[in-house]
Design a protein around this ligand. Structure first.
Ligand code: NAD
Length: 426
């Protein structure tokens, strides 16, 4: 396809249906592919077309439910949107084990977001700092004029932090607005506030301001959760010992810590997606927090109690919203929030932290006992065979044979399907 060009102006100006037709023409798509584009599920064309630019279709993923969660004595059914098998089952299983010793205890999470204002070319750093301190109330009041609804709810800009940083472009002053965003994730709220106060700050500080933007390292919004996991229900002393060893491995080695934290994010991101929250914001914040000491570390900690039960703890910044963004406008996110039954963004973060901890224990338990592949592969093998679009009977038989042969790859799936089909004269 040497004459193929991806240049296309004004795609966004076309109506959705016309964009789909253009794509069909451009790539010579068949009728089946065209129908896929047209299947918008529960979205109205007008709804989906407003979400992002150049929309051509809708993309679906499964939503599963994790059961058994008891957090601060309240029961939750946790909706999870994820394509990876075994994650939902592991969360439910570990949440059940946690119930034996009372479930999870999650601390209160305050909804304080940080908005950064970058002051450069500051003539006199000390004088600028003094001016900011002297005019703090004025700065906060300009910020708070931007969101009367938030103010009525008791939220809004509450405080300022000033940081001095050395950069290759010289010294910069970073003014941080601390904003209580209540039940919102808050990025839009704090960005608006930072932009609004900047001309005034430029004026009183005799400086040039460039960036005015939320920080996704939400250190004032850290969620903490802990639970005791019964030694016997986990599989005995050896399994607990294996988990403790896995944990120490992660503490000492960033290569392992990354995968350790990935397991935590399996749960948290699945809940983030289900509730229409910003997965990139949660991921970025989590991994930055994991390296806040200067070295990338696990987001959980493990120990044993006097009876040898596993005691787990998680600490992670979680900027979740139950209002704003698409949390209320996406039909499935709205339903997920109804299933979860949380009354505030802080409560959602408390659930997410517990879920992350459960997910981590689930993965470590599997690694420390039967190995991760056993649970994973039963479902994964079916997924691979399903790619071949054959009957359910053949899928089951082929999946089982792949597990027995320990060859769970698309290539071997094809071979096995061919063999089975031949033996059945299909
Ligand atoms: P938003 O602007 O959609 O809604 C927040 C508004 O809801 C507030 O301004 C407030 O007036 C109103 N509100 C009503 N009831 C409220 C309550 N109980 N608590 C709080 N506010 C209430 O949402 P947002 O949370 O400011 O922004 C989130 C969106 O911003 C996400 O979609 C995110 O993807 C996006 N975003 C993220 C980044 C980033 O993370 N770097 C940057 C820009 C935008």
């Amino acid at each position: 396809m040497t004459d193929f060009s991806s240049e296309f102006s004004g795609f966004y100006k076309l109506p959705l249906e016309e964009r789909q037709h253009q794509l069909v023409k451009l790539l010579d798509l068949n009728q089946e592919e065209f129908e896929l584009l047209r299947t918008l599920g529960y979205f109205l064309p007008s709804q989906i077309d407003r979400l992002i630019e150049n929309v051509v279709g809708s993309y679906q993923l499964p939503m599963g439910l994790a059961f058994n969660f008891k957090i601060n004595s309240k029961d939750y059914i946790v909706p999870m949107v994820i394509e990876e098998s075994s994650v939902v089952a592991a969360a439910s299983k570990i949440a059940k084990i946690a119930r034996e010793h009372g479930g999870f205890v999650s601390d209160e999470v305050k909804s304080i977001m940080i908005s950064q204002i970058q002051l450069t070319k500051v003539k006199d750093i000390d004088k600028a700092k003094e001016s900011i301190a002297k005019n703090k109330e004025k700065i906060l009041s300009i910020a708070n004029e931007q969101d009367p609804i938030l103010n009525q709810l008791g939220g809004g800009a509450k405080d300022l932090e000033i940081r001095e940083i050395e950069t290759r472009k010289g010294k910069m002053l970073i003014l941080q607005l601390l904003v209580d965003v209540k039940d919102a994730m808050g990025a839009n709220i704090v960005n608006t506030m930072a932009e609004a106060v900047s001309p005034y700050i430029e004026d009183i500080c005799n400086a040039k301001i460039y960036l005015r933007i939320v920080s996704n390292l939400a250190t004032h919004r850290v969620a903490k959760s802990r639970a005791v996991f019964d030694k016997n229900l986990l599989g005995g002393e050896e399994v607990v010992e294996g988990i403790l060893n896995a944990y120490e491995f992660a503490v000492a080695d960033p290569y392992r810590a990354t995968t350790h934290n990935k397991g935590i994010m399996n749960g948290i991101i699945a809940l983030t997606l289900a509730t229409g929250n910003d997965t990139r914001a949660i991921e970025a914040g989590a991994h930055a927090y994991a390296s806040i000491s200067g070295c990338y570390k696990p987001l959980t900690k493990f120990d044993v109690d006097s009876e040898g039960n596993l005691v787990g703890e998680i600490e992670i910044p979680l900027a979740f919203g139950i209002i704003g963004g698409i949390t209320r406008s996406h039909p499935m996110a709205r339903l997920a929030l109804k299933i979860l039954n949380v009354g505030s963004a802080g409560e959602l973060a408390q659930v997410a932290a517990a879920l992350g901890l459960a997910q981590n224990v689930g993965a470590l338990r599997a690694l420390a006992s039967e190995g991760i592949q056993k649970g994973h592969m039963a479902l994964h093998s079916r997924k691979i065979v399903k790619l071949a679009s054959v009957s359910d009977e053949i899928i089951e038989e082929a999946a089982e044979r792949m597990i027995t042969d320990k060859k769970i790859q698309v290539g071997s799936a094809k071979e096995i399907i061919e063999l089975i089909s031949k033996s059945k004269n299909l």
